[in-house]
Design a protein around this ligand. Structure first.
Ligand SMILES: [Zn+2]
Length: 170
């Protein structure tokens, strides 16, 4: 039951990032959050971080070869004669303010989608790490039985692994 709710909290994080797998999951999380004060509080705590994620991403200069290809494609599209049946251009100049492009809704969405993808990958990695750590905790501790020889014949003892320090002697 608690594990189910832990999974729901992970789904709430995905919901906050608009990274649910599908509409069903999105609706399931929305309905749960509506009736669960804890998850509603979690969603409210995540909101500022979700809003800040796109702003935290540094602008990255594309590799020269990619940049050249993009500019060449844009130039080719600009030179193409505009026919009536031609689709709208896919490269739209961004509004510029103070020498820097102003983040438009589409750009923010793209950055948010990228941030959501990174966050989702991080979530999966953390979940995997959590499973690995749980397995380590569940593994039986090391145990060593010892028996004396020579003048210590008849003595025996047991040493347990470091994770559970302790032992017993007879
Ligand atoms: Zn809940």
């Amino acid at each position: 039951m608690a594990a189910d709710h832990d999974r729901m909290e992970e789904a709430v994080a995905a919901y906050a990032l608009d990274a649910c797998d599908d509409d069903d999951e999105r609706e399931r999380v929305r309905a749960h959050v509506a009736g669960c004060p804890g998850c509603r509080a979690l969603l409210e705590r995540l909101a500022p971080a979700v809003e800040a994620l796109p702003l935290a991403a540094d602008e990255v200069r594309p590799p020269d070869l990619l940049r050249a290809r993009i500019l060449a494609a844009a130039a080719a599209q600009r030179q193409a004669p505009a026919g009536r049946d031609e689709p709208a251009p896919r490269i739209v100049p961004l509004p510029v303010r103070g020498g820097r492009p102003v983040a438009g809704r589409g750009r923010r969405r793209a950055v948010a989608a990228g941030a959501a993808a990174v966050a989702a990958c991080a979530l999966v990695a953390l979940a995997g790490w959590n499973v690995a750590l749980q397995r380590q905790l569940d593994a039986a501790p090391a145990r060593f039985d010892m028996a004396g020889t020579g003048t210590l014949a008849g003595a025996s003892g047991t040493v347990h692994g470091v994770a559970r320090a302790g032992g017993s002697c007879r």
